[in-house]
Design a protein around this ligand. Structure first.
Ligand SMILES: C[S@@+](CC[C@H](N)C(=O)[O-])C[C@H]1O[C@@H](n2cnc3c(N)ncnc32)[C@H](O)[C@@H]1O
Length: 378
């Protein structure tokens, strides 16, 4: 990436040589060019929210920025990109969306996240640190910036306008108004599950902003809850890509002897899973871990993996993540251990499971979803 601060070699995480997707886009480039061309003073405490793969903080490293991210994968990519650029450790602060934000912010750069709820939560958390002199600039691709996005800046920070589009990217300029009466932060948000969803019927789910299906039960997850394996009897279980933790909590409620590991790459998700588990007063053993799939879980150490894989509109991303999750499950399972997967019928996960495990059985189906099970053979 060529920027007014120099040229940087950037990659995503995990690195995949077949992956031709760049680790920055036109919205990163537009923001950096704007800061340089307009001579925007980048002094004091510089905070960068939503930097996808660390392109912004790597380019701006000499201004000692602090990055705030919800994503473990983004944070790992940022660490690697900073190291490759020769940035001294500690020059860039790496915070998660769950950490307390800095007390004063002089420059706030926002790469608009995919989740409007996460943007709302982050702006509300940062607003007390923003003052009348804070420079606030947002950036995103045109298709990611809606009227509702601009309204959030306007309602939480102050008067907001946008730039012209350049290479399908747009900037957001906001003039903070400290006298503004901000709305209350509605996150984290809890709701009660409906009846008829197995062990967790009528129980509470806690959702931090930005987690998958944060304000109602997803219909796929619902179908999974209705068909989870019975009789786990003290098994070591992983809720892989746990989101708000409803699946792993269902296992723990049904079998208090089970040892459940909740894993997600989203800091918001893992915090939600822990809150959901605690809200249900389950007496068993549980561990909550932010990480990339099952990396770091000892091979052959798990009896059961439950997975509702992520799917994005970008097909390449979809397949790659599901494949990595299934392959990780195969490694982590003991011989005879099982991976249970819920997916949209059209995603064809049975083909992937057959290729990886040599078997795939249909546990349940409806016109939209399938629950599949693959067994690790000796
Ligand atoms: C479709 S959601 C399922 C959430 C929850 N299990 C449910 O059924 O409601 C997929 C989850 O996978 C997580 N995820 C995506 N990539 C991941 C990765 N590389 N490692 C761990 N979790 C990941 C997402 O953050 C998201 O919470």
């Amino acid at each position: 990436m060529t920027t007014p601060w120099g040229e940087f070699e950037l990659s995503r995480f995990p690195e995949d040589p077949r992956d031709r997707l760049r680790a920055w886009d036109a919205s990163d480039a537009y923001l950096l060019r704007h800061l340089a061309e307009e001579g925007v003073p980048i002094t004091g405490t510089v905070v960068v929210v939503g930097d996808r793969w660390g392109a912004l903080v790597t380019a701006l490293a000499r201004h000692r920025p602090t990055q705030i991210t919800d994503s473990f994968l983004s944070q790992e990519a940022t660490r690697a990109n900073l190291a490759r650029a020769g940035v001294e450790p500690g020059a860039v602060g790496l915070l998660t969306t769950q950490d307390p934000p800095p007390e004063r912010v002089d420059v706030l750069l926002v790469r608009v996240p995919k989740s409007l709820a996460l943007l709302e939560d982050q702006l509300l958390r940062l607003a007390p640190a923003v003052h009348a002199g804070t420079v606030v600039v947002g950036t995103g691709m045109v298709k990611e910036i809606h009227t509702s996005t601009l309204q959030l800046f306007e309602r939480i920070l102050g008067p907001t306008r946008t730039s012209l589009a350049r290479q399908k990217a747009r900037l957001i300029f906001c003039t903070p108004d400290p006298a503004l009466e901000r709305p209350a932060n509605r996150w984290p948000y809890s709701y009660a599950l409906p009846e008829g969803v197995g062990a967790v019927s009528g129980r509470t789910v806690v959702n931090h902003a930005g987690v998958f299906c944060a304000d109602r039960l997803d219909i796929g997850t619902r179908f999974f809850l209705e068909h989870l394996p019975a009789g786990t009897r003290g098994a070591r279980v992983v809720d892989l890509g746990c989101g708000n933790g409803v699946v792993g909590t269902a296992v723990a409620v049904a079998d208090p002897q089970a040892e459940v590991l909740f894993v997600d790459e989203s800091f918001q998700a893992v915090a939600s899973a822990e809150a959901t588990y605690k809200a249900n007063g389950v007496p068993g053993h549980a561990e909550f871990r932010v990480g990339d799939g099952l990396a770091g879980v000892a091979p052959g150490s798990v009896d059961l993996v439950l997975n509702n894989p992520p799917f994005h509109s970008h097909q390449a991303t979809t397949d790659a993540t599901a494949w990595r999750m299934f392959a990780g499950a195969k490694r982590a399972l003991r011989p005879g251990g099982e991976l249970w997967v819920i997916g949209n019928r059209h995603l064809g996960y049975h083909v992937t499971l057959k290729r990886l495990f040599g078997n795939s059985r249909l546990v349940a189906s409806d016109p939209k979803f399938v629950v599949l099970k693959a067994v690790k053979r000796g």
